[in-house]
Every structure is written in C-alpha cells, then in structure tokens.
Design a protein around this ligand. Structure first.
Ligand SMILES: *Cc1c(COP(=O)(O)O)cnc(C)c1O
Length: 390
C-alpha cells in the first residue's frame, strides 16, 4: 500500500499510543480519570493556572489517556495535532464555528452527512453566517463561481453520505487555496487507512470515531486533526465550549486502533464481494460503490483513494418506497439501524429528499448497506432470499 511515512500502516497501528517508559512499563496506556491535578507549591500552581489556556491544569484539558489518543490519531493522519471531542457531530460543529464568524460564508456540498446539513440550516441564521450548498457533481470551475468575498470555509465529504459520489479533491482544494479559504474534510468513510487528506492539501479533517475507528458499535466519539498553524484557534474553541471526551472511551479507541487495519481490509473485501454480486442481479438497477468501475466517479476514487470500505448503497429496479421497506423487512442477517463501521452488517432505506437540494443524480429512494465481518456468502444468501419477494 502506498503511503507517505516510514512505517507501513499495519506496523504503525501496533505501536500508536504505547509508551511503556512513561507508564510504569505498561505496554498499553493506562486509563487516567481525573478532574483535579495537584501541585507542590502555590507558585507552581499559579504558573500552570495562568490566565491562558494550558494543558494539564484540570481534567477538562485532557488526561494522559486522552492525549495519547490525540497523538496517535495525528500520526495516523500524518498531521501535527488532533483534538478528540464528544462525537463526530461535535467535531463538525466545533471546526465550523472555529473558522466562521458572523458575516462569513460557507461553501459545502449538498450531499454531506444529513446532520451536518441540519446543523447549518437550523443554527447558522442566528450566528449570521451565510452558506451555499453546491451540487455534489459540480466541477471545480462551477465551485469557483460560488466563492464570495466573504467565503471562509469549504467543507467537503467524499464519498458523499448515502450516495457515494467522489469529488475532485485536489482541484477543489486548489480553488480554496487561491481564495484563502480553509478546507475541512469529513474523512469518516475512508478513514486515514484509505484516504490521507493532508497529502491532498486539506487543512482540517474531522472523523466520526464512532464508525470504523471504534468498529464495535458501542461508543460515540469524534476527532479533529490539523496542521500546527490552526492549533491556537481550534484549541481555544475546544476549551471554551468544554465538549470533552471521556478518558474511558478514549482508552477503548486506543484498543480499537490495534485492529483497525484488519477490520477495514476485511470489510473492504467483503463489501466488494457483495457489491459485485448485487450488480449482477436483475432486480438491482445500480450499485453506488466508488470502487466499482461502473460507478460515475470511479476514476476519481481510483486516483486519490487507497481502498474502499464496506459502506455503500444500491437502487432496486422499479421499486417504490413500499417495495424497499418490504425488501429490508425480509432480511434476517442484516440489522436495521443507523451508523456503520461496526462488526455487524446494517441496512436502512435512504430517502434522497432528505439530503438533496438540486441534484438530479440523487432522486431515487434507495438502500444504504454496511457490510460487517460476517461471511459474505451468508450475507449474499440473505439478500438473495429477500430479493425473491420483490
Ligand atoms: C456518523 C457520521 C458523523 C457523525 O458522527 P457521530 O460520531 O455519530 O456524531 C459525521 N460524518 C459522517 C460522514 C458520519 O457518517
């Protein structure tokens, strides 16, 4: 696998967050829970407790467990810094509110994670922040035309949530750089294993650690990763908003990182087996998976990504909403539920109305699927039986 840096990613993952010298020879980082940090003298206390933000004065700035996870995630992204926050959603809201002030303008694709969209539509008005949702299939020169004098942030998510279109990241980043616009990239789908945002010029990445990084559907956490020059601004909003992660959950993520590569690689393989099978079924009109050569933006995916994960979508042939519901209800192995990236296969109906303003690519009611760690043959059997009811 091509990746900048010295160690292969598999090797790096086995070492991240381990610091036996620092932690009484314990291979894994212990769980540190604390609110209060104590000092030998008043002078020492006053030095740390200066009227500026400093680390290590109080549990809210993070315990060693939190800091080890932040360092690990920064290294995984080949970035300088990382802040771990309470959820992926919190990583999105905090990074947007860090770089946007009253009177500023945000450019963002119309096929982002639906809750990202909802946050903007429901909350931005009272901050007096303007926004434009551009169609996810816009080319870079169409996006350039939407830049305003007050555009300060360009937010990208690629592949798109639920519909999986891949955007031309390097060309869009170029437009942003020409106009001194900060780029924020939601990398939850590919993870740093399959997409390295900083190699493509992105300024800030956010991740829902809830998904592939945790991999066990038992926690919620988010991360913001970035280069040093953004540290002061991001760290300030992080501390002022107080949206901190719990050290217990950070400790679980440090554990999950060790198996991240094996999990996503297996899900990548299983996902492709199922996607290729679905593509051959007469009752399936199309499969929305960036790694399939039949997919509209496959070439962009192939150029920029190092692999795919097991989350994709498909459209059933000539099926309305009721048919889609019926198909899903007949499945036995696939569970109906939100999120993805865990060990178990999940499925939900996806209503494009919810995500699209103006994009003709996204008009069909379809099915979003997450392939877990089960045998793909069992999953295919399950899908095959349910398709027969249509
Ligand atoms: C789930 C998700 C989020 C939000 O993450 P939470 O950890 O659930 O808050 C953000 N972006 C994408 C692409 C997601 O799928």
């Amino acid at each position: 696998m091509k990746r900048k840096g010295k160690l292969a990613i598999q090797t790096l993952l086995t070492r991240l967050g381990n610091n036996p010298k620092k932690y009484l020879r314990s291979l894994n980082t212990p769980l540190f829970r604390t609110s209060t940090v104590v000092y030998k003298t008043v002078e020492e206390f006053l030095k740390f407790n200066a009227p500026v933000h400093t680390d290590g004065t109080y549990g809210r700035t993070g315990t060693p467990t939190v800091h080890e996870l932040q360092n690990a995630l920064a290294k995984l992204d080949n970035a300088d810094e990382c802040i771990v926050v309470s959820s992926g959603m919190n990583a999105i809201t905090l990074s947007l509110l860090t770089f946007l002030n009253s009177g500023d303008h945000l450019l963002i694709s119309d096929a982002v994670y639906p809750c990202t969209k909802r946050f903007i539509e429901e909350e931005f008005r009272r901050f007096n922040i303007e926004y434009t949702f551009y169609s996810v299939d816009s080319n870079p020169s169409e996006i350039r035309k939407l830049v305003q004098h007050n555009t300060k942030v360009l937010f990208l998510e690629s592949p798109a949530s639920g519909t999986f279109e891949v955007q031309d990241i390097p060309s869009i980043v170029k437009v942003a750089k020409e106009n001194r616009i900060v780029t924020i990239f939601d990398n939850s789908w590919a993870t740093p294993i399959y997409f390295q945002p900083f190699d493509h010029g992105i300024d800030v990445t956010i991740q829902s650690l809830t998904k592939y990084i945790s991999g066990h559907s038992d926690l919620i956490l988010g991360a913001i990763t970035f280069k040093k020059k953004h540290y002061k601004k991001l760290h300030r909003t992080f501390l002022n908003f107080g949206t901190i992660p719990s050290p217990e959950i950070c400790s679980l993520i440090l554990r999950s990182l060790k198996t991240l590569h094996v999990r996503v690689e297996q899900q990548n393989k299983n996902g492709l087996i199922v996607a290729k099978w679905l593509e051959k079924q007469v009752k399936v009109a199309k499969v929305l998976h960036p790694a399939l050569t039949s997919f509209s933006s496959h070439k962009l995916w192939k150029r920029d990504f190092l692999g795919s994960t097991g989350t994709f979508a498909f459209v059933l042939h000539n099926c309305n909403k009721k048919d889609v519901y019926k198909f899903i209800n007949k499945l036995k192995l696939f569970k109906i539920g939100l999120s993805w990236g865990g060990y178990e296969s999940l499925i939900i109906p996806y209503n494009p109305d919810r995500i699209s303003n103006n994009n003709s690519l996204l008009t069909e009611f379809h099915v979003r699927i997450h392939i877990g760690l089960e045998s793909p043959n069992d999953l295919i059997d399950d899908l095959d039986k349910a398709l027969k009811y249509l």
